[in-house]
Design a protein around this ligand. Structure first.
Ligand SMILES: N[C@@H](CCC(=O)N[C@@H](CS)C(=O)NCC(=O)O)C(=O)O
Length: 206
């Protein structure tokens, strides 16, 4: 089994952190995104979207989409559960993960594609739209404020316990801070407290 990976990309990191929480070792293959290794005909056979992560099983089956890969491992190794065990927890974790991906992650993605790092490393691959970045930056900051309000009432993103929703949120917010220049405002103390807690887990450095 192999995990097609990249050291700074947030989606492969979600899988690495998830695996570390479950103490599962998987062989990793680093994909050179700048050289376009993920767009070769051979890689497109593994994931038609030309993206990482991809988990390739020993029988050749390829699973892409970070959460699908995590669910594969959750099914094989249910303890500790990171997607919940009761109907309510499963639904709440899913709700928060979808919000993080579809609202926060999507806006961070727009800011990334239209931002300074992509202008440097992917010259000519994207037509950058500054107005789109202005809007997505504002949406990200507004999301941070809402999240800060929610974290005033509970320890973790989806409740009292650490879950896959915390992994998704941590990976995307760290990426936004490090590579998109979208750091949560220092005044958002609940968000800062949560970031410190999840960031100090040994899995965070995976
Ligand atoms: N929805 C996918 C997103 C995967 C994704 O966006 N991967 C990025 C790296 S974090 C990638 O491969 N980017 C290169 C590209 O899209 O060309 C998932 O959750 O795995």
């Amino acid at each position: 089994m192999k995990l097609y990976d990249h050291p700074t990309a947030p989606n492969p990191r979600r899988v690495r952190v998830f695996l570390a929480e479950k103490d599962i070792e998987v062989e990793r293959v680093s994909v050179d995104l700048q050289a376009g290794e993920h767009k070769t005909p051979e890689f497109l056979q593994k994931n038609m979207n030309g993206q990482i992560p991809v988990l390739e099983l020993d029988d050749g089956t390829c699973i892409s989409e970070s959460i699908a890969i995590c669910r594969y491992f959750e099914a094989l190794h249910p303890d500790p559960s990171l997607f919940g065990t009761t109907a309510k927890d499963i639904a709440r974790i899913e709700m928060h993960m979808r919000r993080i991906e579809l609202v926060l992650g999507r806006n961070i993605g727009v800011s990334w594609v239209n931002g300074a790092v992509v202008a440097q490393i992917a010259k000519g691959r994207f037509t950058q739209i500054p107005e789109a970045k202005t809007q997505s930056d504002a949406a990200v900051n507004a999301y941070y404020e809402r999240l800060d309000g929610e974290l005033a009432n509970r320890a973790m993103i989806a409740g009292d316990d650490y879950s896959a929703a915390d992994i998704s949120a941590m990976c995307v917010i760290d990426f936004a801070e490090q590579l998109v220049n979208l750091k949560p405002d220092d005044g958002l103390s609940n968000l800062a407290r949560w970031r410190k807690q999840v960031g100090s887990r040994p899995s965070a450095s995976a």
